[in-house]
Design a protein around this ligand. Structure first.
Ligand code: PLP
Length: 406
């Protein structure tokens, strides 16, 4: 195997976003150039765009094993999450209560916090040390006035999977709607909606080698839906606004590619991730994996390293051209420590010591070799730098270069 040049980017942040698949770009290009018709126009020229949107819907429905009519295209995963929760609140006359978890992405958490300020009641369920929910606690949290339960399928920081099919079943028995934020699960693990009682599911194309700024919401055909974006009646009246045709085409192709690649990636990406974890655990003392005992996505490694600050590690890794993150990409540059790691261990200081590495279709074995070489040297260097400083300065006041998130 060819050794890698020192300045080649090693992209290990596939949960933040992914590289576009070349096949996706190829399918999108004609819709950015020649086929610019509006899908709602009646003439033949626009039929190309209309048919392409229909094909994308079929391809995504095939990936999710649902009906094409159950897919609503949106602008992103965040919009899909907001739309599902808002729709449930609109329709449920008793709807003054939401059940969710403390480890959701901000696309659900912030929305729920906002609703809380507007008079809605929200239960944020905790998780155990491995990031698992207690299903008995979830069941007990459902009240007569609960409008919806919303829990993610796969955690973006740790990759921990929630048993959403079981949760959906509990909700059905209790007569409550269930939404799952599957932004990190879609395209990475099999999803068979036909066999579930899930009412709503959100996803986003850029997490599985599609374009940014396009997502979808699955709405079960028996579930009533009130649109979040009201306008020209597109998407069968479920989402107003002229369709982002090229991006929807890209989403559809990315879904088709995900279905094709999943059997291969399930073993290949997992093997790379497992080799990386083994390599780091063998060479770095005081390292552990968050959610190690839980069911996890095959592509995600969330590490805790004793004696480091994640933000300092990110700076040093960046100098070595390794892209990874401290928890979620959305938190990079903020002062906040990881709410997910804090929920998993409220009394520990792990929330500022986490590093997330996430792997994908375009990573190579030589990139993993290089990362296994660099990460231990970076951790060692940080520990050496911070040892004297830690003795004299409280956390948060370390010398420049190893400062916490800013
Ligand atoms: N939900 C989860 C679990 C995510 O990881 C993300 C993105 O990181 C989102 C929602 C938001 O998706 P989008 O960037 O498409 O709005």
């Amino acid at each position: 195997m060819e050794p890698m040049a020192d300045d080649v980017i090693i992209y290990l942040d596939n949960n933040a976003t992914t590289q576009l698949d070349p096949a996706v770009i190829e399918e999108m290009l004609p819709f950015l150039t020649n086929h610019y018709g509006n899908p709602s126009s009646g003439y033949t020229f626009a039929a190309k765009a209309r048919n392409a949107v229909d094909l994308a819907r079929e391809r995504l429905a095939a990936l999710l094993e649902c009906e094409p009519s159950e897919i609503v295209f949106t602008s992103c995963g965040t919009e899909s999450n907001n739309a599902a929760i808002n729709s449930a609140l609109q329709f449920e006359p008793r709807g003054k209560h939401i059940v969710t978890s403390a480890v959701e992405h901000s696309a659900v958490l912030r929305h729920c916090e906002d609703l809380l300020k507007r008079g809605c009641d929200v239960t944020f369920l905790g998780v155990d040390r491995d990031g698992n929910l207690d299903l008995a606690e979830l069941e007990q949290a459902i009240r007569p006035e609960t409008a919806i339960v919303s829990t993610m399928w796969a955690n973006n920081e740790t990759g921990v999977l929630f048993p959403v099919e079981k949760i959906a079943e509990i909700c059905r028995e209790k007569g409550v709607l269930f939404h799952t934020d599957a932004v990190q699960a879609a395209g990475k693990i099999p999803i068979r909606l036909r066999d579930t009682t899930i009412n709503f599911l959100s996803l986003s194309a850029h997490k599985f080698h599609g374009p940014k700024g396009v997502g979808a919401l699955y709405v079960n055909r028996r579930t009533r839906f009130h649109p979040l974006v009201v306008g020209g009646g597109q998407e069968n009246g479920r989402r107003g606004g002229t369709e982002n045709v090229a991006s929807i085409v890209g989403l559809g192709k990315a879904a088709e590619r995900a279905a094709e690649c999943m059997p291969e990636e399930k073993t290949h990406v997992r093997a790379m991730r497992d080799r990386f974890e083994k390599g780091i655990l063998e060479t770095v003392s005081g390292a552990s994996i968050n959610g190690a005992a839980a069911a996890r996505l095959p592509n995600t490694s969330s590490f805790l390293f004793d004696g480091i600050e994640s933000s300092a590690a990110l700076l040093l890794l960046d100098r070595h051209h390794i892209c990874c993150s401290a928890g979620s990409a959305c938190r990079t540059g903020s002062e906040e420590a990881s709410h997910v790691l804090r929920a998993m261990n409220p009394s520990g200081d792990g929330a500022r010591r986490g590093l997330r590495f996430s792997f994908g279709r375009f990573n190579s074995e030589s990139q993993i070799d290089r990362a296994i070489e660099i990460v231990p040297t970076v951790i060692e260097k940080l520990r050496q730098l911070s040892a004297p400083a830690r003795e004299s300065a409280p956390i948060g006041q370390e010398p420049a270069g190893i400062a916490p998130d800013a």
